[in-house]
Ligand binder design. Sequence first.
Ligand SMILES: NC(=O)CC[C@H](N)C(=O)O
Length: 247
Amino acid sequence: MGADVPELLPSGGAAADLNPRPVTPARVDGRPRVVVLDYGFGNVRSAVRALERVGADVELTADREAASQAHGLVVPGVGAFAACMEGLRAVRGDQVVDRRLAGGRPVLGICVGMQVMFDAGVEHGVRADGLGEWRGVVEHLDAPVVPHMGWSTVEPAEGSTLFRGVEDERFYFVHSYGAQTFTQGHDEDADPRYTPPRVTWAEHGPDGAAVRFVAAVEDGPLSATQFHPEKSGDAGATLLENWVRSL
Ligand SMILES: NC(=O)CC[C@H](N)C(=O)O
């Protein structure tokens, strides 16, 4: 470099100050740190207890750096789609999820925490934008009896790691809305590097009038379940353990 050209980034301190390296927390007794995002919506206490029981070192917080740097982030969600999105944005959870996924850092969405990963949700005629990680709109389940409240089996995706060992079990659902289509983000024929998401489906309603909806998705670092694994007994615990072990 010519003598008259100032050093833009003097070696050492200044460069380090510009982009402080994320500091992933140390594993405590080998346990991965999982942050349950505390943004005012979700069965957070039961999620914390369920994750601790399957070996995670859990922190319940809305702190952006803690949520960004943990080995895993859980986005719970209970209530209205629009309200959950408002709560998420209020703690910049939308940016945290985007940054984590861009860096391949695992995120698990639960119930409305899964629904908000889609483009939008429509509830009581109100359309609200979601995080847009997946194409599609979460809409009312057009079934004779709604909400879908109870234990249902699912149709696990081929090659699912989330449902390993609990493929034929029942999981606990409480919802009136759901994603009823799933559109691949890419054409895997055009891009051999692309691994299509593993979509698990479920149905609600009587034969002949049942509505089919997305029960879970495994899409690289982003996983999500419409049901509540933290309220799904041993099967839910095994599913959470499968996710925690992947961290
Ligand atoms: N358990 C929930 O809070 C689900 C709420 C969501 N609005 C739904 O009905 O699908």
